[in-house]
Design a protein around this ligand. Structure first.
Ligand code: PPE
Length: 304
């Protein structure tokens, strides 16, 4: 069970076991919530939140897509995230902010329900396992597709979207894989159940473009910046499924997954069957920056 210490709920800190909402809250029935996953890292100067501004901006964007006004300013929200880390004595950890439609009436119309918010933080290790960071994970192409562009908007990190992710994840686990990758509506590669995807072939780095029904990942953006720094050509375009099988290296990115190599897809060994050299280079650079060993030249860290 998650031990999240004290949780920020609409301005008050509440013990985890008392952090409750009414069962008739709109979000429970209709998935009307928007969330973030944020990580804090321990640096030589103390705790630091990775790309706090970008996460808060995306949270507000998700809410805006669903005509939802967050009842706090971004500054107030950022301050509450830092306070949640501090009150829980976390120098590193995973932070889960959530904005949701609360308790008033039921019925699809969300406008009649209040907009509430919460922030929790706890220790969360490696998403796909410690071993996976070097050995990679075994993945299957899901029989489920990602949400079609004119159905549920994938640029919003909305609670309801994660039913699609759960189908992808459960199928992969039941079939003996660690993760699933879904294709988009047009049959091109989209993303994992909770990660973006990068594919390396002949020294060029590919990732699905933003019209591929993937979440605009903040780690994805950081990896593109790092890869450009190293001088790699980055192409954001449609990736056919079979290109995964013949790739030299593949890795996932995400706040929870960080940078996790993929070792096999549909049981076909990818490249050397574990973390490849370019993945390792990008992974090392990423951790050097977030853990404060390298200069924070992009201002990605908010120290607290
Ligand atoms: N795609 C999806 C569908 C997704 O959920 C995430 C994050 C990403 C891509 C990567 O985005 P970013 O974190 O900004 O680099 N998934 C979050 C939730 C995972 C979970 O199991 O819960 C996360 O990584 O925090």
């Amino acid at each position: 069970m998650i031990e999240a210490g004290k949780i920020w709920m609409d301005g008050e800190f509440v013990d985890c076991e008392d952090a409750k909402i009414n069962i008739l809250s709109h979000v429970i029935h209709y998935g009307s919530g928007f969330f973030e996953g944020v990580r804090a890292y321990k640096t030589p100067k103390g705790g630091a939140v990775f790309r706090l501004k970008e996460h808060t901006d995306r949270l507000y964007d998700s809410a805006k897509i669903y005509r939802t006004e967050v009842p706090y300013t971004k500054e107030e929200f950022n301050k509450a995230i830092i306070e949640t880390l501090k009150i829980n004595n976390l120098q590193k950890g995973y932070i889960r902010p959530l904005v949701y439609r609360g308790y008033n009436a039921l019925g699809v119309n969300p406008f009649t329900c209040p907009v509430n918010a919460m922030i929790a933080a706890w220790k969360w290790g490696k998403y796909l396992g410690e071993e996976a960071m070097k050995q990679g994970v075994s993945v299957k192409i899901s029989s489920w597709r990602r949400l079609a562009p004119d159905t549920m908007p994938t640029m919003a990190k909305a609670c309801g979207n994660y039913l699609a992710s759960q189908l992808i994840k459960m199928e992969a686990l039941e079939d003996g894989y660690e993760e699933g990758i879904a294709l988009d509506y047009n049959g091109y590669v989209s993303e994992g159940s909770g990660e973006n995807l990068f594919v390396i072939k002949n020294g060029v780095i590919y990732t699905p473009a933003m019209n591929g029904s993937a979440l605009p990942g903040i780690t994805r953006d950081a990896v593109i910046t790092i890869a450009k720094e190293f001088g790699y050509e980055i192409r954001q375009e449609g990736i056919p499924r079979e290109m995964l099988y013949i790739a030299d290296e593949i890795f996932f990115t995400g706040t929870a997954a960080e940078i996790t190599p993929v070792s096999k897809i549909d049981k076909i060994v990818i490249g050397c069957g574990q973390r490849g050299p370019i993945t390792e280079k990008i992974q090392n650079r990423f951790f050097d920056i977030v853990e404060g060993r390298a200069e924070d030249k992009y201002n990605w860290l908010t120290h607290y």
